[in-house]
Design a protein around this ligand. Structure first.
Ligand SMILES: Cc1cn([C@H]2C[C@H](O)[C@@H](COP(=O)(O)OP(=O)(O)OP(=O)(O)O)O2)c(=O)[nH]c1=O
Length: 190
């Protein structure tokens, strides 16, 4: 059956390829990613992944569709996906010297099984960043388009003192759980 990755993220595509899965098509889902008033990180990630999946499944009901959403939380607070240096700075000020959580919601649809979704959590801790380190990182632009204003797969890995859970989950797709879903929905065989 045709398998569609509903994502604009090049990182999600390369994580899938890392487990030897190449989608037949990549179709980004355009949805409103603003949190609902009072929404906390975990349900936010689940809702957005499910919405992305449902939007593409409605257009492609005979295919298998996979979508995901990655959210950085500091307790109940959702950090933005940094699009400007100001947003990235705001994120880094919240993360410096503190523990935070990365939640990736994954959602899969197939005609036989319908839509299934879940959230995977990774816990991390940042070192205390000096003003010079923050300035240097902001100039790198590596934060651009990333949840929480950093990318663990680049320079910012040097800021991580502790990580508990899945690494690929932080980059955008938890590979153990994703592979499990792909098996269940018949995209791959054991
Ligand atoms: C925390 C963190 C996030 N990210 C990325 C993963 C996601 O691409 C992005 C969060 O935004 P998402 O909205 O999850 O994904 P996206 O907009 O890039 O793509 P799409 O919605 O079409 O699937 O942040 C990293 O690459 N490294 C990190 O360390």
């Amino acid at each position: 059956m045709r398998f569609i990755l509903a994502s604009a993220s090049p990182r999600r595509l390369s994580l899938l390829k890392q487990i030897h899965v190449t989608p037949d098509d990549v179709i980004p889902a355009e949805i409103n990613e603003d949190p609902i008033l009072g929404e906390v990180p975990r349900p936010h990630a689940l809702r957005l992944a499910s919405e992305k999946c449902a939007v593409i499944a409605a257009r492609e009901p005979d295919s298998v569709v996979l979508a995901a959403d990655t959210v950085v939380g500091v307790g109940r607070r959702i950090l933005p996906k940094a699009e400007t240096p100001e947003q990235a700075l705001e994120c880094l000020k919240r993360l410096t010297g503190r523990a935070h959580q990365v939640y990736t919601g994954i959602a899969i649809y197939s005609p036989n099984k319908g839509l299934q979704s879940r959230v995977v959590e990774t816990r991390l801790k940042f070192k205390t960043l000096s003003p010079q380190e923050i300035e240097y990182y902001l100039a790198s632009e590596e934060w651009h388009g990333k949840a929480g204003g950093y990318g663990i797969q680049g320079y910012a890995e040097a800021f991580i003192q502790k990580l508990s859970g899945s690494y690929s989950n932080v980059v955008g797709l938890p590979l153990t759980e994703t592979r499990h879903y792909l098996l269940e929905h018949g995209v791959i065989t054991p």
